[in-house]
Design a protein around this ligand. Sequence first.
Ligand code: PEP
Ligand code: MN
Length: 353
Amino acid sequence: MELKVENMFDLPRPLVIAGPCSAETEQQVLHTACELSKFGVKVFRAGVWKPRTMPGHFEGVGSVGLSWLRRVACKTGMAVMTEVANAHHVEACLEAGIHGLWIGARTTSNPFAVQEIADALRGTDVALLVKNPVSPELALWIGALERLQRAGIGRLAAVHRGFPSYADTQFRNMPHWDIPIELRRRCPELPLLCDPSHMGGRRELITTLCQQAMDLGADGLMVECHCHPERAWSDARQQITPEQLQQILKNLVIRSPQQGLMDIDLLRKQIDECDEQIMELLAKRMDLSREIGVYKKKNNMTVLQTDRYQQMLTQRVGLGHSLQLDDALVEHLFALIHEESVRRQMEYFANGQ
Ligand code: PEP
Ligand code: MN
């Protein structure tokens, strides 16, 4: 039986979407899909139009791949999804009866393309996933989601796939977990999935990233799976076999935001008290800094005292170190506090308030 589109987001958590980076041949698509379906995966993905960073790489089989996806749906009952980057792709998918679409990272970065897709989807009830843009810019991600929401697209979800960086890291795309955490804070109702494949870029990282996503309360995973990953026509290093996915899912610890409420409430109360103390001390520190401002103005001293600022930062980082606090955190925190002191003293110099 074919899965109803409207059920896709109602499947038990985590929602697992799996399939190859690219649809390559009908046989590869069907073989991978049947294996995944056998292991309980209910939503199948395969890209038919591939937005490649470099020209000359495999750019997808095009709309013929949609008929292979339809065969997957008929044969296995899975919901099927593919990536769209323009109105033409959307129309072809709607005509072919594809259940779900996703907007890739490169496309989310382009508001004109997102608007075109939103307009093409107006009045339909297809499920739509929006990957994070390539730049670590939450506003661009939320902006894309809002464009789609304004076009009346109700079945929306976000996919966190990480952000490229020039820094030499173990990841293909840096997680920057703070960005999806902030997205969740601002849009608590929006389902949020993680794509460990494009984040890790290497199969060895998939297990850890899947678990980290669950630890942070992600609603689902989109994982690239191929029946012969090493022979894949795109993203060969990051794809895993359906069997490997089954193993990962079997070992995954699914956490609930609701468990152990009694203990967590007690701890949270203590955290609230700590934060209150921090804020009271911060207010006291600002008062002292104001007194210093008065002194500086009276004695015709500059607001910025670079030597003192440097000494203060070095001392605080050293102290933080002995308290097992991260150097970068302490430096960042005191740079912010100092910036605010300077801002207030400048204001006092200008207005005498
Ligand atoms: C993909 O999912 O195959 C893909 C191209 O992803 P992204 O847009 O995250 O690079
Ligand atoms: Mn890919």
